[in-house]
Design a protein around this ligand. Structure first.
Ligand SMILES: C[S@@+](CC[C@H](N)C(=O)[O-])C[C@H]1O[C@@H](n2cnc3c(N)ncnc32)[C@H](O)[C@@H]1O
Length: 309
């Protein structure tokens, strides 16, 4: 029997990308955000091992408490945790949340961010265990899907995706789902007998891990990657419900970049099927990158486009 390797224990760890002028990050700090392909999993850090932890706290409250609790669990007894967030994206709750986890908090305010500095809390750690449990991966029975708080639309079907499911044309050959989330679209696509393979491309490791459980089909491939950089080519089809937020901040350019990537990934005459809020400025990007663009549905605030390269 081989022994499992010990969990990683870097001297310094970093979750996300805090503004450089607000939090010092020691050189060589190990990135543990699930939104950075290739990073370590915060849940795999050894207990009481990290001397310096910097957390750009995520906006969702269950997810944020989960991350703070893991950071405190992994913090060395004499370690230091710096957690920060914009005031209107969870920052105003940070202090209270850290206190509930047993910390004494030194708080400051700069550039619309609340910045909290704490040491490892004394005590039994029950609150830490509860917060970790509340934010951990689980099976969501109402969706019949594996999921985790923090993943996009983690406990409900996004209305745009539901509409796309209802309007997906029959597709065939090799394809990809860009920003595949929990794998709802890919699972549906794989019901098509002419579909040979679907690559689920997704930036969020938690979603990739959930999708592996949700899409149990040998024709499915899973890529933890930025869809704008994924090296796929000569595909017959791409489907996407593209993101328009990057870590809580609206970014309309993301969808336009997804459209350009889809075009690069498709063979000539390949098809992109895309759903978007109807106010999103995607039509010009579609017409630039594709030979023919058709609106196949325009309802309930969403548009579905079918574009041919
Ligand atoms: C609007 S959601 C759609 C999710 C899923 N397709 C569905 O229908 O429920 C967009 C997804 O894109 C992912 N995402 C965001 N930025 C990305 C990027 N640069 N590359 C790949 N995926 C990304 C998000 O994590 C999210 O899961």
């Amino acid at each position: 029997m081989t022994n499992a390797p010990p969990p990683p224990s870097p001297a310094a760890a970093l979750y996300g990308s805090p503004p450089a002028d607000l939090a010092e990050v020691p050189p060589g700090a190990a990135q543990v955000s699930p939104l950075r392909p290739g990073s370590a999993d915060i849940a795999a850090l050894a207990d009481a091992s990290v001397e310096h932890f910097t957390v750009a706290a995520p906006p969702g409250s269950v997810e944020r408490r989960f991350v703070l609790a893991h950071a405190l669990r992994a913090l060395a007894p004499d370690g230091r945790l710096v957690a920060l967030a914009p005031k209107d994206k969870g920052g105003s709750r940070l202090r209270g949340e850290l206190e509930e986890l047993g910390c004494e908090v030194a708080e400051s305010y700069k550039a619309r961010h609340r910045i909290c500095v704490v040491g490892k809390p004394a005590g039994s750690g029950v609150a830490i265990t509860v917060a970790i449990e509340a934010g951990s991966p689980r099976f969501v029975g109402t969706l019949n899907l594996h999921s985790q708080p923090g993943i996009f639309s983690w406990d409900r079907i996004d209305p745009g995706s539901a509409l796309l499911l209802a309007h997906l044309p029959a597709l065939a050959g090799q394809g990809a789902d860009l920003g595949a989330g929990l794998g709802i679209l890919a699972r549906h696509l794989l019901n098509g007998p002419k579909v040979e393979a679907v690559t689920l491309v997704e930036l969020d490791r938690r979603a990739v891990e959930a999708a592996r459980l949700n899409v149990a089909d040998p024709r499915a491939r899973f890529l933890w990657a930025d869809a704008r950089e994924a090296g796929l080519a000569e595909l017959d089809f791409v489907v996407s419900n593209p993101p328009f937020h990057a870590e809580g901040i609206e970014d309309r350019g993301l969808g336009q970049a997804f459209i350009a990537s889809a075009s690069r990934m498709l063979r000539r005459s390949g098809t992109l099927v895309l759903v978007a809020n109807r106010h999103m400025p995607y039509e010009a990007a579609l017409r630039t990158a594709f030979r023919a663009v058709e609106t196949i549905a325009d309802t309930a605030g969403y548009k579905i486009f079918e574009a041919r390269k």
